[in-house]
Design a protein around this ligand. Structure first.
Ligand code: AVJ
Length: 331
């Protein structure tokens, strides 16, 4: 029988927990769920943002041109509908490159409106590009860009007496599930004063073939947009996904107005992430849901606005009636 002699020793407990990014945590959660999923917000790293610009330039992706048309041709009307007396703020959430907003700002300036333009974005790079764009074309504009959290800025602005027009353009609300969209709009509402306005870009229900083609384009650009998520997992989470073992599938359901996009595993397979220290398993033909792009009916726009504490003042439409910039007032 072995005799163990006591020897003084120290037990050192090593901290082995590393801090995981939100992306890493969401991949872990979403890729182990019964129905695999990952949020479309992770599309937009630098590479993904470049692919999204290609999407916006495709003829099949109609929302860009429609909203450009609305803001170029109807901004004088939008200004009239605001019915603000004196100076006001224009606060834009997630402003992008400013090409579309520029049309509105130009028309407002021409009409002699007095306003301060406050774009908010999480990316300093995006804000810098936007500031360049706006100041080159509209040098006289009073612009006070902010980076950071939407709601911190909202709280600040609701304290001021000046009325606000909030812009949430491009149809980004369509990426939120009903409950999440309502939650976001209620938070906007809570940070607004009575009489403040919100201009919401909302894609409309239309001929299903038109919608289907916009999200399942023949150039494969939307597929590349989705596949970029896998490339991003490989890069940021040190994974070994074979991109050619996945496909892309997108489907529009005209009965509920939902485009749902997926990655599809082409075989039974697995990949490993060193960062997560975890292996993820796929059956053949298993899906990963990547995106919801909701198309609205006018009835749904009305009821969503009402639920969130707004009244719809006016829907500004393009000539084909594909897209709406819906003007809401906090009631
Ligand atoms: C930027 C969210 C409005 O859902 O139409 C485009 C993103 N996804 N093609 C959309 C997107 C696939 C887009 N939004």
């Amino acid at each position: 029988m072995a005799v163990y002699r006591h020897s003084p020793c120290k037990i050192i407990i090593m901290a082995t927990t590393t801090l995981l990014t939100a992306f890493a945590q969401d991949v872990r959660e979403g890729f182990t769920a019964k129905n695999k999923h990952i949020s479309s917000k992770y599309f937009y790293d630098d590479a993904g943002s470049r692919i999204f610009m290609q999407i916006m330039a495709m003829p099949e992706y109609y929302p860009t041109g429609c909203e450009f048309e609305i803001l170029s041709q109807q901004s004088a009307n939008i200004l009239k509908q605001l019915n603000f007396k004196g100076a006001f703020n224009i606060v834009e959430f997630g402003s992008g490159d400013g090409m579309k907003t520029r049309q509105l700002l130009k028309a407002f300036t021409t009409a002699g409106a007095q306003f301060t333009y406050i774009p908010i974005d999480i990316s300093q790079e995006a804000i810098d590009a936007l500031q360049n764009n706006i100041t080159t074309f509209l040098p006289s504009i009073d612009m006070q860009p902010r980076t950071g959290d939407y709601f911190e800025v909202l709280e600040e602005l609701s304290a001021s007496e000046v009325p606000n027009l909030f812009l949430f353009l491009g149809g980004n609300i369509g990426n939120y599930k009903y409950e999440d969209a309502l939650g976001l709009l209620k938070k906007f509402n809570a940070g607004m004063k009575r009489g403040d306005k919100l201009l919401m870009g909302m894609d409309l229900q239309k001929n299903p073939r038109v919608v289907q083609l916009a999200y399942d384009d023949p150039h494969g650009i939307t597929k590349a947009f989705n596949m970029n998520l896998l490339r991003r997992i490989n890069e940021e989470l040190e994974a070994d996904i074979s991109l050619d073992q996945f496909d892309f599938y997108s489907n529009y359901n005209p009965q509920n107005g939902e485009v749902r996009s997926y990655l599809v595993s082409l075989k039974k397979q697995h990949f490993h992430s060193t960062v997560l220290n975890q292996t993820f398993f796929f059956e053949k033909d298993e899906l990963v849901w990547t995106e919801l792009s909701k198309k609205y009916s006018f009835t749904e726009i009305e009821s969503l606005a009402k639920e969130a504490g707004f009244g719809v003042s006016h829907n500004f439409l393009d000539c084909k009636h594909y897209f709406a910039d819906s003007l809401w007032e906090k009631v």
